[in-house]
Design a protein around this ligand. Sequence first.
Ligand code: SF4
Ligand code: SF4
Length: 220
Amino acid sequence: MIITKQKKAEDIMKCLEKVERVFIIGCTQCATVCKTGGEDEVRKMKDFLEANGKKVAAAEVWDTPCNLLEVRKRARDSKDELSGSQVLLLMSCGDGAHTVSLGTGMSVVPANDTLFLGQSERAGKFNEVCALCGDCTLFVTGGYCPNALCPKGLQNGPCGGVKDGKCEVSPEIDCGWLLIYNRLRDTGNLDKMKKVLPPKDHSKSVRPRKITVDAVRKRQ
Ligand code: SF4
Ligand code: SF4
């Protein structure tokens, strides 16, 4: 799931400084779960903007604003409201904001900051456990990702800064490499730590990345 957090109200208002009419768009998926763009949040945003002198042409929660075909269809359905707006306020992730701008040809203002790909631990609590590197090595690190769990992204064991099991970069977080060691030990796989991994192949994560599922399947 893509994790987002809502920007501060004053920052949103700064982006809307010279704007009179706004169309608010939320998202039924990740942003609803993160409480940054569901029905409730969109309604509160509408009330807030109106209380601050803005005209809200429409306030809707779209299904998958990150889906270009879906966006084009919604744009056709909401043609009048869109043409009556100066900008679209996107209560989604950055992917949704970009896709809606592309699909409507309109300016967007993001109401949210997009943070990371998150594991849902329980309602409202998310953890970053994968950094989307494009070259997964979890089979040698016991299912714990050094790219996500070690702030230095070390690939072959811990630095010398571990203190009481915590990371030297932040005492708030467990040392990722200690987690990896413990998991490998508990599953009888400690020998994997003796293997030196090659440097990370960052060519697999050069941005912007694109993929066509059928083309990949044909190569396999
Ligand atoms: S190694 Fe880590 S960052 Fe890379 S794909 Fe696997 S879990 Fe994600
Ligand atoms: S203390 Fe552990 S998690 Fe922190 S930077 Fe060093 S190896 Fe990585």
